[in-house]
Design a protein around this ligand. Structure first.
Ligand code: APR
Ligand code: PHB
Length: 393
């Protein structure tokens, strides 16, 4: 097999990249370890920045999203049992976010890519990347656990294979420049069949810890509570989860609408950046290069931002024989990455309870929240980051 660009991973980064490249006549092959059903059935984030939905329209991928998804013009922050509306649209000249689950985005992108005749090989695990430091890179992969090793020869390799994929590790460790912050808490997330409880997302900081009330559709709700990152989900009965959600989101005159929980799990929170996003002809994009804690809803959006920059650079290389944009990919992408890392850290530290912090730091976070309530510039800074910063280039 041969491709101009070999992509590992059919997540948001890999699939958006394949579409962006196809638009400018560059062909790619995506190798995806999981089955199509698994990729399309894995529940992850759900908030799209304004420009991502515009990009979906531009690429002809937005029809179902525009029909089914909900636009949110604001978010609610809650602390001391009181709610404060952040008017995202009013603070950003009418921009908004769209709540459309990541797996629905992937369903739309996969269907459109296959209709274009694009190659996505499901059940194909990349095992190694060789020759990235020369002119003839190659991905070795296996179809299924017992398949023989097969090569995918390409001009460029893009590892869009998530945090645990082999892409980042193909860069020699001594050359990788990495930064990490682990938080002493995780999120317990649920999906429940219940009606909507509030017209926008609620981010709550309460004595017992953070809670987030999000949504998936009129009758499926997504909610999270801060918990011990190594806690066992078996310790959390449905009654205990609803009890915590009700007390953390409690507000005078309002009741949380409950219903059967049909999925629950615990994830740890971390911030991570591998600044070495290029090694010869190998490029990292999305979670392969960076992780944000989910509080700012930036993970998916940042993955798409990377491949917008990368697609332009690959276009310049293939169409105009220009290498400079490829060589500048990491530094251009990282400017946005670090701003998203900063925002996600700010939202996380401001909204969670952290036993490892002092009472002084706790009061600083409450002051940060009160600043957003009382100061238009502080609220605008939050809104501009939440809705998605403009692209520099
Ligand atoms: N070979 C082939 N595919 C692989 C391999 C491998 N060795 N390892 C991982 N993959 C696939 C995974 O199965 C997954 O489908 O790569 C894909 C990576 O997708 P994501 O983890 O979604 O990463 P990315 O596209 O960067 O998107 C980041 O997705 O996971 C969320 O919260 C995250 O919102 C963020 C966004
Ligand atoms: C979600 O709905 O999954 C979600 C929403 C907002 C966040 C994180 C996750 O900040």
């Amino acid at each position: 097999m041969r491709a101009q660009v070999g992509i590992i991973g059919a997540g948001p980064a890999g699939l958006f990249l394949a579409h962006l490249l196809h638009r400018v006549g560059i062909e790619s092959v995506i190798l995806e370890a999981r089955s199509r059903a698994e990729v399309e059935g894995t529940v992850r984030a759900g908030v799209l920045e304004h420009w991502v939905t515009d990009l979906m329209d531009e690429l002809g991928l937005g029809t179902r999203m525009r029909r089914e998804a909900h636009q949110h013009d604001g978010i609610t922050l809650q602390w001391n049992g009181e709610r404060h509306h952040v008017d995202i649209a009013g603070l950003t000249s009418g921009r908004h976010v769209t709540v459309y689950p990541q797996h629905e985005v992937l369903i739309d992108l996969i269907e459109a890519r296959l209709k274009q005749g694009g190659a996505i090989v499901f059940g194909a695990s990349a095992v190694s990347i060789t020759g990235a430091d020369g002119d003839t890179p190659r991905i070795e992969f296996r179809r299924g656990p017992d398949g023989a090793l097969e090569p995918l020869h390409c001009d460029y390799v893009v590892a869009a294979d998530g945090f645990h994929g082999p892409g980042r590790r193909a860069i020699p460790e001594a050359m990788r420049c990495e930064y990490q912050k682990l938080y002493p808490f995780g999120w317990l997330g649920i999906l429940a069949r219940a009606p909507l409880s509030w017209h926008e997302l609620i981010y709550a900081n309460q004595n017992a810890g953070f809670a987030l009330c999000s949504t998936r559709s009129a009758d499926v709700q997504r909610m999270y509570i801060q918990c011990d990152p190594v806690d066992d989900i078996a310790n959390w009965s449905d009654d205990r989860i609803w009890g915590e959600l009700c007390s953390r989101l409690a507000c005078d005159g309002w009741t949380l609408k409950e219903g059967p929980i049909f999925q629950k799990g615990i994830i740890p929170l971390r911030s991570f950046v591998c600044e070495t996003m290029q090694f010869g002809r190998l490029f990292l994009a999305g979670d392969a290069a960076h992780i944000v804690p989910p509080t700012g809803a930036k993970g998916l959006n940042l993955a798409v931002a990377d491949v917008v920059v990368l697609a332009r650079a690959l276009e310049a290389r293939f169409k105009s024989n220009r290498q400079d944009l490829l060589d500048g990919y990491a530094s251009r992408a990282l400017r946005r990455v670090w701003k998203a890392e900063r925002f996600s850290w700010y939202m996380t530290t401001m909204l969670h309870r952290n036993d490892q912090e002092s009472a002084f730091e706790h009061r600083i976070h409450l002051a940060d929240l009160d600043l957003v309530r009382t100061n238009r510039s502080a609220a605008a800074a939050l809104a501009e980051n939440y809705v998605g910063l403009p692209f520099e280039d």
